[in-house]
Ligand binder design. Structure first.
Ligand SMILES: [Zn+2]
Length: 70
């Protein structure tokens, strides 16, 4: 999975966690945990594997190695 898919899954996961949180707080928290776990594992620079900043839009260049992303 590349960082773009991971970024998309972040938003899908947040929305899912919000909806599931209305049904059950525990399930919502689990969905949130899974969302952030995948972000931690896959939201990384494809060149140096440095984790990318999760706030805002995905950067066009890696903040660690300076390589262009995507
Ligand atoms: Zn990098």
């Amino acid at each position: 999975m590349n960082y773009r898919t991971s970024y998309l899954l972040l938003w899908i996961g947040l929305l899912t966690a919000l909806v599931l949180g209305c049904v059950s707080v525990l399930v919502g928290v689990i969905a949130l945990a899974v969302t952030f776990l995948q972000l931690l594992l896959f939201y990384r620079c494809p060149h140096c594997r440095h984790s990318l900043p999760a706030q805002g839009l995905p950067p066009s260049c890696c903040p660690n190695c300076g390589e262009r992303l995507g």
